[in-house]
Design a protein around this ligand. Structure first.
Ligand code: ANZ
Length: 977
């Protein structure tokens, strides 16, 4: 019997799809569209592991399913090829990033092709391609040339703003801005170009400003918060400092409200929405202004969410970086203040917020309470963050725990203004308590007092109701090489965008792409021909961050060749928004917010027809791997080894008494014990562990072990217990001159990652089992959104299914078994159950429930010896999204000359699913006297008639007419005689 040769068959169809352009979306179509998108990968040097395809196969199943459902499907794949990882990899290997990107992209594409992925070959992009980043730069310029009008809730050209300034100054402008000072038109017209430039920077959506940044000296660049872990860079683990530096920023805060309200209509999980909501962090409260005693004209403005507690305010705290500190510090305090500021500014924000042991220094100055006029000492402390609110707080130790801790430490007064708590124990922050010691507010509930005090502050002109966001503007420049050059030039301290005709501003080729010797960004190395334009303007030398290219790429896939616009408006209208976007939760706040922000901006400018890019967002679960660890057991371990009769080493667990005896007899004395080099867990490459002998037992390969731990002694055979792919533990040891070492092996489920040596490579699985088996298996592991453990041992069941299905279609002689006979009701029922289960499974993204449907169908049809075309063909169509190669092959063997992608997904019908006949027991006077088979469609009257006509019933009735007939539909017939 010929076996199914998956290797050649899968190659054949991959070739067919390529040659026939089977996956190319129709350009001008009247069909409904479906746009399904994966978060595109950064093409790393390591290639794909079995975790990556989980999402890719899922979107592929969707794409193929929607296609046979009659949609014009776009399923593209691109590469996020700019960025820090690519540059670091290049530095490590010494190969130029453009080269490594090319090589890695090719490898990814080959791997994806091998997975049979339905990727549109015309919809490919690389963010590092000048034809692509042309438009990244173009959008950046638009951001630079626009400001956000809060009154009309949209972005508007900066030129409009300048026109208003020229005739009336900035007083009436309601903008998202950092501009605090009000100026008149006369003042504006009198400013120098450089001064105007500075002011406009306070309005632009892409602007240049000083910001506290994570500066990594070793990498020579600024890092985003999520690129820093515990004060060190995530890439390379180098120390990171906090520094004030001039940076490009994007004014994403202008869109905070729209980014919040836009979430409502989206089909995203609650947890993703919550992450974005928290990140934006909208707080309602009030801003209040305080005079500084002895410093006329100087003011402290605070932001508080609890203006109700104003009467409990006993001191003030400024962030150490607050500009006022320098002005108000008394001479005697200066030294302490400087030392503290220096110390605090280098601490990470996370440490500063989390620390319960409060630190701080008094400035020597006082503020005046805006209502009681009491003198409040002004302190600085690092628990106040310069970038949040106003960087200053009114401290209310009785009702804010951080202030309470601070007041306790520095013995500052604590004054209760809300009753209900026990402020000698901790701060009482409930808004349900009743106001006390608060003048007119006394007796009110705290929650009611808030509105009242805001009114009072507003009428006195010393404060106002205000909304603050935790979200900050994003830093949008990197002092790195491998990114989009910033399309800005400077002349006489005035920044301007280069003309669109100068785009793309290509990244100059550099052989050395480290920062220059003088500490300038790498682009300084490109020389004066790059650095200076013809009119002597100087270029900005920063590049954009890794997130730039991914903030708009979904607009490009359907128009990758367009060189007059980032995408054709008609195509945008047809294809946007993305119907389904699949990717990991790690992008919850970075990429997904930037993409939403840019889309809203492009919408404001009229370039996009939608203001939300991703209608439905799905987070695929993570694939976890099984890692093995070895640990050297400590000296005097409670385990000893003996050789059993068969000469096999066996570990024996000693109880404490036995262990002490062994120790006292110095039996264990030569154990090397835990030496610092080896006493911690070492990840053991999983391929070093060999399955050996019967199921359950495994051996460790001695040579590998020696290599792994650099250990030269003789190692006895290692046996350890293995169940279902997990290494449950076990001990092995070495033996030399009667001395032993003990190591323990155990396993754990962890994220699949190269650093954990637990990576399973899809190439190997595909070689051993074929792509369709791999695809089915990945989908079988569990619901798309759950995390799952990869366990290759379970793949055999799926492989058997593929073989069995092939045998259902193809006879022993290698010829198709198909017949044109009419199907029986049983065969139709089996088919329609599977159609329904598949459709419902895919719609719910519970792909794992589809595979049992196929397996059951194959088993049932095999048992029935069914080779009828009317059953087999629809079976292939529903299976084709999962096992496309097998489906295409069998489809062709059934006589088709076009791809199965041209077929239509079958419609399941209720009439085939229903039980065709129902068995009715017939009771006569309470006793079952007969069984009746009646069509499930039969009415009550028909059932009654059938019962009365039944031979056995007639025998019992013996000519009498029943007094009563009760039919319980679907269950029973009761006759009373
Ligand atoms: C007085 C007060 C009394 C406060 C009280 C709270 C409770 P959220 O809700 O996170 O927005 N705050 C304001 N700016 C700060 C800064 N730059 N660094 C650290 N803390 C700051 O928090 C707002 C509250 O956090 C504000 O309200 C302020 O403390 C503090 F019973 O003011 B509150």
């Amino acid at each position: 019997m010929p076996n199914y040769d998956y290797t050649s068959t899968e190659k054949k169809w991959q070739q067919y799809w390529k040659e026939n352009g089977s996956f190319i979306a129709e350009k001008d179509s009247t069909k409904p569209k479906f746009y399904v998108l994966d978060m595109f990968p950064y093409p790393s040097g390591a290639g794909l592991h079995v975790g990556h395809p989980l999402g890719y196969i899922a979107t592929d199943v969707i794409a193929r399913y929607k296609r046979v459902k009659g949609f014009n499907v776009l399923h593209p794949m691109g590469f996020d090829s700019f960025g820090l990882p690519a540059e670091q990899y290049a530095i490590k290997t010494g190969i130029h990033p453009s080269e490594t990107t090319k090589i890695n992209t090719k490898r990814y594409q080959e791997q994806m092709e091998m997975l049979g992925l339905y990727h549109d070959p015309e919809a490919v992009l690389r963010t590092s391609d000048p034809a692509y980043y042309h438009w990244t730069q173009w959008i950046f310029i638009r951001l630079f040339e626009h400001w956000y009008d809060k009154q009309h809730e949209k972005a508007r050209p900066i030129q409009n703003l300048v026109e208003v300034f020229e005739v009336e100054g900035n007083a009436s402008i309601l903008a998202a801005t950092d501009q605090k000072e009000v100026f008149t038109s006369e003042q504006w017209n009198g400013y120098s170009p450089a001064e105007k430039n500075e002011i406009l920077m306070n309005y632009r959506l892409a602007y240049n400003a000083y910001a506290t940044v994570n500066w990594c000296p070793a990498l020579g660049t600024v890092l985003a918060n999520d690129e820093v872990k515990d004060g060190r860079s995530e890439r390379g683990n180098y120390p990171v400092e906090r520094r004030q530096m001039r940076q490009w920023m994007l004014r994403i805060t202008a869109y905070a409200d729209r980014l919040l309200s836009g979430l409502e209509g989206l089909d995203w999980t609650d947890s993703m929405k919550a992450m974005q909501t928290n990140w934006i962090g909208r707080s309602e409260g009030a801003s209040i202004r305080y005079e500084v005693a002895g410093h006329p004209g100087e003011e402290i403005e605070v932001f508080t969410t609890r203006p109700d507690t104003l009467f409990g305010n006993t001191f003030m705290v400024l962030a150490p970086e607050h500009p006022l500190v320098e002005k108000i510090a008394t001479n005697s305090q200066k030294k302490d203040l400087d030392a503290y500021i220096e110390w605090a500014t280098n601490r990470s924000e996370r440490d500063r917020i989390a620390d319960t042991d409060k630190t701080g220094v008094w400035t020597g100055a006082y503020a005046l309470h805006p209502i009681t006029n009491e003198k409040l000492p002004i302190w600085i402390s690092d628990y106040v963050i310069i970038t949040y609110g106003t960087g200053a707080i009114m401290a209310v130790p009785a009702h804010d725990q951080r202030d309470w801790e601070f007041a306790h430490k520095f013995e500052l007064p604590i004054k209760e203004v809300i009753s209900g708590g026990n402020i000698s124990e901790e701060a009482y922050s409930s808004k349900d308590g009743i106001m006390v010691n608060s003048g007119e507010l006394d007796g009110l509930k705290a929650s009611e007092a808030i509105g009242k005090i805001i009114q009072a502050l507003e009428s006195k002109g010393i404060g106002k109701g205000e909304v603050t966001y935790r979200q900050r503007d994003v830093i949008w420049s990197r002092q790195r090489y491998w990114g989009e050059p910033t399309p800005i030039v400077y002349k006489d301290d005035v920044a301007s965008a280069i003309p669109d005709s100068g785009l793309p501003l290509e990244l100059p080729h550099l052989e050395v792409y480290k920062p220059s010797e003088t500490g300038e960004p790498p682009l300084a190395r490109a020389g004066d021909s790059f650095r200076f334009t013809e009119d002597g303007s100087e270029r900005d030398l920063n590049t954009m961050p890794g997130a730039a290219g991914s903030s708009w790429y979904f607009f490009r896939y359907f128009d990758t060749q367009n060189d007059t616009a980032f995408a054709d408006p008609e195509r945008i209208k047809y294809w946007m928004p993305v119907d389904m976007y699949v990717g990991g939760t790690e992008h919850a706040v970075g990429h997904l917010l930037f993409a939403r922000f840019w889309t809203k901006f492009l919408y404001d400018l009229g370039y996009s027809s939608v203001d939300e890019p991703f209608n439905k967002l799905v987070n695929q679960g993570m694939i976890q791997g099984i890692s093995a660890f070895v640990t050297r057991l400590p000296k005097n371990s409670a385990q000893v080894f003996v050789k059993d009769e068969a000469g096999v080493w066996e570990g024996i667990q000693l109880d404490e008494k036995e262990r002490q005896i062994a120790v006292s007899q110095e039996l264990l004395k030569d154990y090397p014990g835990s030496d610092p080099q080896h006493n911690t867990d070492i990840h053991l490459p999983i391929e070093y562990v060999k399955n050996h002998g019967g199921e359950g037992a495994s051996y460790l390969d001695e040579a590998s072990m020696k290599k792994l731990i650099g250990w030269e002694k003789e190692i006895a055979d290692v046996v350890f217990v293995c169940a279902g792919g997990y290494y449950l533990g076990g001990v092995f040891h070495s033996f030399e001159n009667g001395k032993s070492d003990q190591f323990q092996l155990r396993s754990e489920v962890e994220k699949m990652s190269k650093s954990k040596y637990n990576v399973v490579n899809p190439d190997d699985i595909i070689r051993d089992y074929g792509t369709d088996t791999f695809r089915l298996f990945e989908m079988f592991l569990g619901p798309l959104e759950d995390s799952k453990v990869w366990n290759t041992q379970q793949i055999n069941g799926v492989a058997r299914f593929i073989r069995k299905t092939y045998d259902l279609f193809i006879g022993r002689d290698g010829e198709p078994l198909v017949t044109e006979d009419q199907p029986t009701p049983e065969e139709l029922k089996a088919l329609h159950i599977a159609i329904r289960q598949t459709e419902e499974g895919i719609e719910r993204l519970a792909f794992n429930t589809c595979i049992p449907a196929f397996m059951t169908l194959t088993n049932t049809l095999s048992k029935m010896n069914c080779s009828k075309r009317a059953i087999l063909e629809p079976f292939l169509v529903i299976m084709s999204p999962f096992a496309p190669h097998l489906a295409e092959e069998l489809w062709q063997r059934l006589g088709h000359t076009t791809s199965i992608l041209e077929a239509a997904f079958p419609q399941w019908e209720k009439k085939y699913l229903a039980e065709d006949e129902i068995k009715y027991p017939v009771q006569i006077n309470g006793k079952v006297r007969a069984q009746l088979m009646v069509s499930s469609e039969a009415s009550k009257d028909e059932v009654e008639a059938a019962a009365l006509a039944d031979e056995r019933v007639q025998q019992f009735l013996d000519g009498k007419t029943p007094r009563k007939v009760i039919v319980v539909p679907g269950r029973i017939v009761n006759l009373v005689v």
